[in-house]
Design a binder for this molecule. Structure first.
Ligand code: ACO
Length: 388
């Protein structure tokens, strides 16, 4: 199913930025050149270094996509096996980081715990210019740190990573200590593939800005984590789950959504700065969610259809459709993840995109330093402190 509407013009080019009134938020501004991913907002297409996301998300593992983004090509069998081995070797939990995670209150948001752990690990480990080895090392730690915090907060000890498991399977194992179900691993792996990179989104831009100052890779990743956390970016999926739980039934959908819109609330999982049609990742996630949780899917699909119709009625011409977060919530819940792990799990995928962008920025660097329109007063007469 596709909820597209006719193209009424690109919003991602320099040309459109010049002809549209400036709404702020750097909308339509080209901030970097990248060979990593291309987001085509009016046709709803996402390309990873030449490959349409629809062509690769069901057949390619997260590690293959990481190889594509870090090394610029899909791996052969040997290259994939080497990358998996490097990631597996790097899945360690330094005792200082473990101690830090143990000390955090159980009520700490997992996203804050992850940011703290990555930062501490960087202080212990990272120096010098960003390298692919560092990108692999930091990426491999994301699931380890997240799972360790989750186990501490639930009164359990962290587990040793299992080198024979892939990235997705190992994450599920580290969280639960149980053999992950094949269908859960497959769903999570496809999710991780879909979220790995996405043009000049807010967190990627943040990472590139920090990298452009010649700061280190971990500082750039930690800054990106901070940007991802907000609900207008990666912080939405747990709120989608809250919304679906609050709605509860098909009958309650329409009044609940109408009430939210009447109060000026944003419907989580809808709207996107670049996509003015359906997000192609939402299409893939919807298909997976339908299989993963047929019961929950019925309500989610109904909410989606009603939300799009009401947004069109209440916000005509804004072109608000389902974004990646809506079915991410349904899918991640079906895999057994608690809601507050949704955003850090998104981060465990996007860290590949961030680090690939940091490496790309570092390779051909120029300090990112835009200007601002000054709107304050001018030429005020100075009055010394004791005369004010
Ligand atoms: N619900 C209700 N109204 C909305 C929504 C929404 N989800 N999204 C946008 N609008 C409305 C705004 O209120 C605004 O209305 P107005 O013109 O009457 O003032 C209009 O649409 C345009 O909104 P902007 O804020 O200019 O759109 P922007 O491009 O800045 O926003 C964003 C994109 C932040 C994603 C927005 O659609 C939103 O807040 N969505 C809900 C949160 C969400 O789903 N976040 C995840 C995004 S996907 C990701 O980052 C991985």
């Amino acid at each position: 199913m596709s909820t597209t509407i006719p193209d009424t013009g690109s919003n991602t080019t320099k040309e459109s930025a010049a002809t549209k009134p400036n709404k702020g938020g750097l909308e339509g501004i080209v901030a970097a050149a990248t060979a990593l991913s291309k987001v085509e907002g009016t046709v709803g297409r996402l390309i990873y270094h030449g490959y349409n996301i629809h062509a690769i998300c069901r057949t390619t593992s997260f590690e293959e996509v990481a190889h594509l983004l870090w090394f610029g090509h899909l791996p052969n069998v040997q290259e994939l096996s080497d990358l998996k081995a490097h990631l597996a070797e790097a899945r360690t939990l330094p005792p200082q980081v473990a101690q830090l995670l143990r000390l955090l209150p159980a009520t700490t948001e997992p996203m804050d715990a992850l940011r703290t752990a990555v930062s501490a690990w960087g202080a212990l480990t990272i120096e010098g210019k960003a390298t692919i080895e560092q990108a692999i090392a930091v990426t491999a730690r994301f699931p380890v740190f997240l799972a360790a915090f989750h186990r501490f907060r639930t009164g359990q000890e962290p587990l040793e990573a299992r080198p024979e498991l892939g990235y997705a399977a190992n994450y599920l194992y580290l969280l639960t200590g149980q053999e992950p179900k094949t269908e859960h691993v497959r769903a999570l792996d496809a999710y991780l593939v879909l979220l790995a990179d996405h043009g000049m989104n807010a967190s990627t831009f943040t990472a590139r800005v920090v990298a452009s100052t010649e700061s280190d890779i971990v500082s750039a990743v930690v800054a990106a984590l901070g940007a991802l956390k907000g609900p207008l970016h990666g912080g939405a999926p747990s709120k989608v789950l809250d919304m679906l739980n609050a709605i509860g039934t098909v009958e309650n959908t329409e009044p609940w959504l109408r009430n939210a819109l009447a109060h000026g609330d944003r419907l989580m999982g809808f709207g996107h700065r670049v996509y003015k049609t359906e997000d192609p990742r939402a299409e893939e996630l919807r298909a997976m969610a339908r299989i993963a949780d047929p019961t929950g899917f019925v309500l989610a699909r109904h909410v989606e259809e009603r939300a799009i119709a009401l947004l069109e009625a209440e916000k005509p011409g804004r072109r608000l459709y389902t974004n990646v977060e809506f079915y991410s919530a349904v899918l991640l819940a079906s895999v057994g993840l608690p809601g507050d792990l949704f955003t850090p799990t998104f981060a465990a995928s996007r860290v590949v995109g961030w680090t690939a962008h940091i490496l790309e920025q570092t390779k051909n660097n120029r300090l990112i330093r835009p200007e601002a329109d000054y709107t304050g007063p001018m030429d005020l007469p100075f009055v010394p402190l004791n005369e004010r």
